[in-house]
Design a protein around this ligand. Structure first.
Ligand SMILES: [Zn+2]
Length: 237
């Protein structure tokens, strides 16, 4: 039943775009976490990997991923794109930030400091806020391991992680020209133990752009998000 619900939800949102399975990429409750890919014909193109809805209660983040997929369907891109529009299907069904095990996937990546700091920081700084629970150990969650598998297999030049609701662009990567948008000002927020930004940039030197949408960003400034999509490859230069 859950499979059917998520399947229908995705197919109605994505129209004709075809999604592909990656072995091992299923949620705790067994829902496939599929991806869309469009290859560049140019050998000089960059490889861009996008994750939507890492947090289940941020539907606008999935909407932007789907808008970008629809746009890619109708053009011949200069870069190769892989988009995972719905990384946390169980949390989406439950309308929770966390996955079905109650884990914040964006604190669950097995960074080197995870064992020493992640749980302590959750107990202290986050006062055991269940919305920030990093899990029993780094990489404990199947959805986290799905992200890791995509990174290992696709070898992206730049990663994009889409969230809500803060209204900003947060880039972890080399010094670069800022992307200028009215909808989302450019800010650097830093990373946390177990966060995707820490795992990718601090430990692997893979640049990552975290897009924090506001609830009305897409409706108010939709054309700016075409521009944003077109600027992302420059972050990998
Ligand atoms: Zn989020």
């Amino acid at each position: 039943m859950i499979h059917l619900f998520i399947g229908l939800l995705l197919s109605s949102l994505l129209g004709a775009a075809e999604l592909t399975e990656l072995s091992g990429c299923v949620s705790r409750d067994g829902v496939a976490i599929n991806y869309y890919q469009k290859d560049s014909l140019k050998t000089s193109g960059k490889k861009i990997l996008v994750f939507g809805q890492i947090h289940g209660d941020e539907p606008e983040s999935g909407r932007l991923a789907q808008l970008w997929i629809s746009r890619l369907e109708n053009l011949s891109p200069s870069n190769t794109w892989r988009i995972v529009p719905l990384l946390n299907p169980d949390g989406t069904k439950l309308k929770t930030r966390m996955n079905a095990n109650g884990v914040d996937l964006n604190r669950n990546f097995p960074t080197k400091d995870w064992s020493d700091i992640a749980l302590k920081q959750w107990e202290g700084y986050h006062k055991k806020n269940p919305r920030r629970y990093p899990g029993p150990h780094g990489g404990s969650e199947i959805e986290t391991r799905c992200v890791m598998k995509h990174i290992e297999e696709f070898k992206p030049d730049v990663v994009v992680s889409i969230h809500t609701p803060y209204g900003q662009l947060d880039f972890d990567g080399p010094r670069t020209k800022h992307i200028k948008m009215k909808a989302l000002p450019w800010k650097r927020l830093g990373t946390f133990p177990g966060s995707l930004g820490h795992y990718l940039w601090d430990e692997r030197k893979i640049p990552i752009l975290t897009i924090e949408l506001k609830p009305d960003s897409l409706d108010k400034y939709e054309s700016e998000f075409d521009y944003l999509q077109d600027q992302i490859s420059f972050l990998a230069d």
